[in-house]
Design a binder for this molecule. Structure first.
Ligand code: ARG
Length: 245
């Protein structure tokens, strides 16, 4: 009886060990949260989410030996998703901002870009200062939304998708749209009669948002990013989607 107990115990221990061995082959998942309404950074191609951020995240996951899973959600729920642990990181063309740093940490930036103003060709709005007193369309919860709010006498119309803001401009429901430069270029290329003002609204940087308490992942991601910048991988991903102009 006693011997049997010992043998069984030993067997159980062995099984646990071998199971752990098998488990080791399965990669840990790295969950990226995004809002796939933002070409060329993230958008849908069939049932796939593609774009610069999806490829950068994949390169990081490969470097860390992890398996990437992408979760698509509303832009204004991304930060809560990493705070609650529903996702490990946000790549969503997300701008580094002081107020966001109260809720999440940001990796080193991977892109320098800008907010721009889209208007109808022939509009009386020829520079950002002409936006005073106007109706401005933005994507809810984005930096464009925050900048628009600060304009004097402005009416801000908020949309769930940046593209919907552009549509309302086409329908003359707003006078201008404030949005990130590269999606702006994509949206105006898909619709006639729209232009981007020469003067940029503001310059900003995109980075990866990670939960405050997950400093381990933050360090891993920064180390990967440094390697991928150094090797030219980040540059080549960006060049694949954005042609120099
Ligand atoms: N850069 C802006 C921000 O951080 C807009 C980002 C929108 N991104 C998206 N995937 N819809 O607020």
């Amino acid at each position: 009886m006693k011997l049997r107990k010992i043998l069984c115990g030993a067997l159980a221990a062995l099984m646990t060990l071998s199971l752990a061995g098998c488990g080791g082959e399965k990669k840990t998942t790295l969950i990226m949260a995004t809002n796939a309404e933002f070409p060329p950074y993230e958008y849908r191609d069939g049932d796939q989410i593609v774009g610069i951020d999806a490829e950068i995240a994949q390169a990081i996951a490969d470097d860390l030996g992890m398996e990437l899973v992408i979760e698509d959600m509303a832009f204004d729920s991304l930060i809560a998703a990493v705070q609650s642990g529903k996702a490990d990181m946000v790549l969503a063309g997300m701008t580094v901002r002081e107020d966001r740093l109260e809720n999440v940490n940001f990796s080193d930036p991977y892109t320098l870009t800008a907010q721009v103003v889209i208007v109808k060709d022939g509009s009386a709005i020829v520079s950002p200062s002409d936006l005073v007193g106007k109706k401005v369309g933005v994507q809810l919860g984005t930096t464009g939304d925050m900048y628009a709010e600060d304009i004097d006498d402005v009416t801000v119309e908020r949309f769930n998708k940046g593209f919907e803001a552009v549509q309302s401009l086409l329908q003359d429901k707003v006078d201008a749209v404030i949005i990130d430069r590269e999606p702006a270029k994509v949206f105006i290329s898909q619709n006639e009669g729209l232009i981007i003002l020469d003067e940029e609204y503001t310059v900003e940087e995109y980075a990866i948002a990670i939960a405050k308490n997950n400093t381990e992942l933050l360090e891993q991601v920064n180390a990967s990013l440094a390697k991928l910048k150094e090797s030219g991988k980040i540059g080549s991903i960006i060049n694949k989607y954005i042609s120099a102009d």
